[in-house]
Design a protein around this ligand. Structure first.
Ligand code: ADP
Ligand code: MN
Length: 183
């Protein structure tokens, strides 16, 4: 089973999946690393200092890795909702996200672009459109440990095909940043 952890940059995908990885229970694909290592991109955008992933190549490769494994594979990527049917969307308030992204070497434009994407629920909306089950997790006021515990609960629920309570608790649309961001 393939489960994606997606969200705007800075919401904690890599930090949280690394904690999950330390527990050794699940296979984790840190997709950005795989894309670079295996050159699964179509272009290098030197102006933005990033690569443009070839989503078909990425999808085929991820499915290949996951297929070889009867266990659970977790994808760490803001692209994971393009690939997996079961998705956890991490959300972080734009104020907190601004501080996190400022610590990276992002330009002001890139920070603003990401904050706006978060405030407009872009990745959440795409996930709801494209995926079978979507869980929205607000990490803003949670410790990383508690968030990892919630993620494990969701994985276990999916594994046991018992998600009705979790779907209610982590219902998409529970988070709304528009008041604080656009007012
Ligand atoms: P992403 O992979 O989604 O771009 P990262 O995991 O690389 O995000 O970055 C998130 C950063 O925020 C990390 O440095 C992490 O330590 C920090 N952080 C602080 N508090 C939290 C929290 N509650 N949940 C997730 N990340 C947090
Ligand atoms: Mn990351």
């Amino acid at each position: 089973m393939l489960i994606g952890i997606t969200g705007t940059p800075g919401t904690g995908k890599t930090a949280l999946t690394s904690l999950l990885e330390d527990r050794g229970q699940y296979r984790i694909i840190h997709l950005n690393e795989l894309i670079r290592e295996e050159k699964l991109y179509s272009e290098v955008d030197s102006q933005r200092d990033c690569v443009v992933a070839d989503i078909d190549l990425v999808e085929n490769r991820v499915l290949e890795i996951a297929d070889n494994d009867k266990n659970i594979t977790i994808i760490d990527s803001h692209l994971s909702h393009h690939i997996a049917d079961y998705i956890i969307v991490l959300r972080t308030s734009p104020d907190v996200l601004r501080e996190r992204l400022a610590k990276r070497k992002y330009s002001v434009e890139k920070i603003e672009e990401n904050l706006e994407a978060e405030a407009l629920d872009i990745i959440l909306a795409e996930s709801v459109d494209w995926c079978k089950k979507v869980f929205e997790l607000n990490t803003t006021e949670e410790s990383m440990g508690r968030t990892v515990t919630s993620i494990i609960k969701i994985i276990k629920g999916l594994e046991q095909e018992n998600t009705s309570e979790l779907e209610e608790r982590y219902k998409p649309g529970s988070v709304n940043w528009s008041e604080q961001f656009f007012s």
